[in-house]
Design a protein around this ligand. Structure first.
Ligand code: AMP
Length: 191
């Protein structure tokens, strides 16, 4: 299967888990801006030094930085067969930049999968994750802020993609295997 997909959803909605599974199953790369930024911070690169404070505060980094990352990443040969964007776009300007980039490449998005999860479940999941993965932004006050940032800056993308008839809603509160089955169903319907 070749598919150009976006996984959209609040922090803790299971995007990373589902993207990793899709990558293993369909052999198309998962492109996670959060992972790329954290790796840059850990490696102490100039980009990492520039973005560290944003990540620590749970704020979005400037659009131009992530758009550049995606532009370079989509030029890599492994994305020819398709890609799963995980955590990008996160603002309307990012989505517009992505549309412009994909139209240059003449490969419009096939679908945007929106993993819907209520705030209470997100808080539960992220506080559990904090115990295992030691992310600097999985502290309780930062977790709550990241959810607010999602609601303010990223949730408008739901309408953005609904208007393009690209949006597919997935109930993300269910166990991971059931969410995976729902995603497979959507992908089958894309043909
Ligand atoms: P994530 O791993 O997707 O939860 O991302 C972790 C952090 O990386 C976010 O809280 C932001 O600080 C930053 N980040 C990741 N993706 C983006 C993006 N598309 N736009 C802006 N900031 C981002």
């Amino acid at each position: 299967m070749a598919a150009d997909l976006v996984l959209l959803g609040p922090p803790g909605s299971g995007k990373g888990t589902q993207a990793a599974r899709l990558t293993a199953k369909y052999r198309i790369p998962q492109i996670a801006t959060g992972d790329i930024l954290r790796a840059a911070v850990d490696a102490g690169t100039p980009l990492g030094q520039q973005v560290k404070a944003y990540l620590d505060r749970g704020e979005l980094v400037p659009d131009s930085l992530v758009v550049d990352i995606i532009r370079h990443r989509l030029a890599e040969p492994d994305s020819k067969q398709g890609f799963i964007l995980d955590g990008f776009p996160r603002t309307v300007p990012q989505a517009q930049a992505l549309d412009a980039l994909l139209s240059e490449l003449q490969r419009p998005l096939d679908a945007v999968l929106y993993l819907q999860v209520d705030r209470r479940s997100l808080l539960d999941r992220l506080s559990h994750r904090a115990a295992v993965d030691q992310r600097s932004d999985d502290r309780p006050e930062i977790i709550a802020h990241r959810i607010d940032v999602f609601l303010e800056q990223t949730a408008p993308l739901i309408d953005y993609y609904r208007q393009q008839s690209k949006l597919r809603l997935i109930d993300g509160t269910r166990p991971p295997e059931e969410v995976a089955a729902a995603i497979d169903e959507v992908l089958r319907s894309l043909g």
